[in-house]
Design a protein around this ligand. Sequence first.
Ligand SMILES: *Cc1c(COP(=O)(O)O)cnc(C)c1O
Length: 409
Amino acid sequence: MTDDLLTRAHALDAADPLSGYRDRFITPPATELLSYLDGNSLGRPLEATARLIDEFIREQWGGRLIRGWDEGWLEWPLTLGDRLGAVALGAAAGQTVVADSTTVLIYKLARAAVDARPGRRKVVLDTDNFPTDRYVLEGIASERGLELVWIETDPSRGVEPSQVAAVVDDETALVLFSHVAYRSGWVADVVEINRIVHAAGALAMWDLCHSAGSVPIALDEWGVDLAVGCTYKYLNGGPGAPAFAYLRRGLQGELRQPIQGWMGHRASFEMGHGYEPAPGIRALLSGTPPILAMVPLHANLDMLAEAGIEAVRAKSLLLTDYVLELADAWLVPHGVEVISPRDVTRRGGHVTLRRAGFRELLEPLWDSGVIPDYRRPDGLRIGPAPLSTSFAEIHQGLAVLRDLVEKQR
Ligand SMILES: *Cc1c(COP(=O)(O)O)cnc(C)c1O
């Protein structure tokens, strides 16, 4: 049985049109890294990224010094935003910036959105969204005297359109949900939820942290109003890489974000009195952009453009199919539960497994070079990044997990 599954892994790798991309990543020795199953938490770096960073430091920072700002750096938040929009978000130019962190951008956009709907005092969110999304909205609600309306989410699924329809009304200013749920990997029905939200006259904001670079996104076509996401997960930007924000063009004159810094000013370098927002998407910026931390994105977006998000998604589904196949053969008989959608139309880029006692397996897994991600309570997330993960690698990692589970029993 084990051999059959390994033979399948080799056949899937041989038939994989994206298998060559794996060689572009920095590869530590197998004693250190046997199986990386956490691409949904921190993507691996490319060899090209190491070269670009070195080149940037020596030539641009070291050579050009402050001239670099005029020679392009000041435009990076917008040019990289446009490129990200084209490659991964389905967003036409002029609607996306790269800046800050996801947390800070959630604050800026959500505050702008609720202020643009005065008189509406409800904000809708769900109990299982990522903590930072919930905490930021709690802060905004107390700052602005708003009421939070909580949708109770099934942690093995995600937000459903019927749940949204049951709570939005003419008092709702804003809803915020995740496109792909960080825990279960559930893909929300963005189009249908937006339709419901817009019919009530409210604004729809989406967190794309777990979908950007993994699941195709069509922000313009889906009628999304506002969106945020990070670049260090499936976009391989590196620890603490800046986030991105999307603000639909039609709302740009109307929404005003609260952190009025000089980089979002109409004329940053006139150093004048009084804040006047820049026209267009630049008004989402606040302070000096984290240029050094944006360098890796150039290499990653080139790679994603070359591979194509549709091909990435096709491989991602084969990878998670294979994870499910191994889980059913090796782990489910030992009491492990799959708490992610099996339906491919609702399954994101990762699969979550649950079993009491998983917490104690994390250390021995890491010691063996097998790196999944642990989420309380008792959840192991298996997140194979399509461009850096092979099927054989999944087999190796889950075989170690299987042996540990068997031993634990
Ligand atoms: C990873 C993640 C974040 C992270 O926010 P940071 O500001 O980068 O820490 C936010 N929301 C979701 C849904 C995430 O998955």
